[in-house]
Design a protein around this ligand. Structure first.
Ligand code: WAQ
Ligand code: MG
Ligand code: MG
Ligand code: MG
Length: 243
């Protein structure tokens, strides 16, 4: 699902909301209703464009363990942003590349997708915004995980953790940097295979509608196959219960 206001995204409309699920055939009504509701009741406003697409998945669904979650409480946006840069460095993103990204960032808001950034050249690979799809976490398994770790059952963190687990679950991925474009949500994260999902309590000010979703990649890997993986490879996040 993707929803925008002022026309479709490609006609310059403002991105309002998006979402993706993997469903059985019998679950399609429920999934479509969930996504419709999500797009219609968003803090960024009411959309005047929405597209909900479903297509049949033929490929086997790959299972991935959820990234480990760690939360960092910071006093201010400045401290949150400084921590984000430090974590990106730890994940293997060169400092020069981080500087270059922040230079480009003001132009990336409202895309409704993510920008791939090459850590070697310090340049974006595709600035149109790529939408990751075909990923989910089945409710019963998620509930067990959330109960075990004492995590909130809200769908926002679940969706972000599913996306981050998929995005970092490929050899071309180095790290992800994200905060929401929703004006009422200021917690974001840095994720990588090695560091896990590192939540940072403040990465922007309340009321700000500028979000960020950057996938730092190793441009020496096959990026076309990474993009194909992001868009098409079906993934279920699945937690192995601790007995
Ligand atoms: N593929 C690519 N980019 C996406 C996708 C996707 N499936 N979904 C969202 N984006 C991009 C898009 O540009 C959005 O505008 C931007 O990310 C922000 O999306 O407490 O809620 O859904 O642990 O607003 C992170 C912290 C919350 C959660 C992130 O992002 C937590 C969030 P939003
Ligand atoms: Mg979302
Ligand atoms: Mg679901
Ligand atoms: Mg949003």
């Amino acid at each position: 699902m993707r929803a925008a206001k002022g026309g479709a995204h490609e006609q310059g409309g403002k991105h309002i909301s998006g979402g993706e699920q993997i469903s059985t055939f019998d679950g399609i009504t429920h999934a479509v209703n969930f996504l419709l509701e999500k797009g219609l009741t968003h803090s960024k406003g009411s959309p005047d464009f929405m597209q909900i697409q479903f297509d049949c998945i033929h490929d086997p669904v790959q299972l991935l363990n959820p990234l480990g979650v760690q939360s960092h409480q910071v006093e201010s946006v400045e401290k949150g942003q400084a921590l984000a840069r430090q974590l990106l460095k730890q994940a293997g993103v060169p400092e020069k590349c981080i500087e270059a990204l922040y230079h480009h960032l003001p132009g990336y808001s409202g895309l409704g997708g993510a920008v791939l950034f090459d850590i070697h050249s310090g340049r974006p690979i595709d600035e149109r915004g790529i939408r990751v799809s075909r990923m989910d976490w089945q409710a019963d398994n998620y509930e067990k995980w959330a109960a075990y770790y004492g995590k909130p059952r809200n769908s926002r963190m679940k969706e972000a953790l599913v996306l981050a687990t998929k995005v970092t679950g490929h050899p071309a991925a180095v790290a992800e940097l994200c905060w929401s474009d929703d004006p009422d949500y200021i917690t974001g994260y840095v994720a990588s295979k090695r560091l896990g999902y590192r939540r940072i309590s403040k990465l922007k000010k309340y009321g700000d509608e500028r979000g960020c979703r950057i996938f730092f990649v190793n441009g020496r890997e096959d990026i076309e196959s990474y993009i194909h993986y992001l868009k098409k490879q079906p993934i279920f996040v699945r937690w192995e219960e601790v007995k």
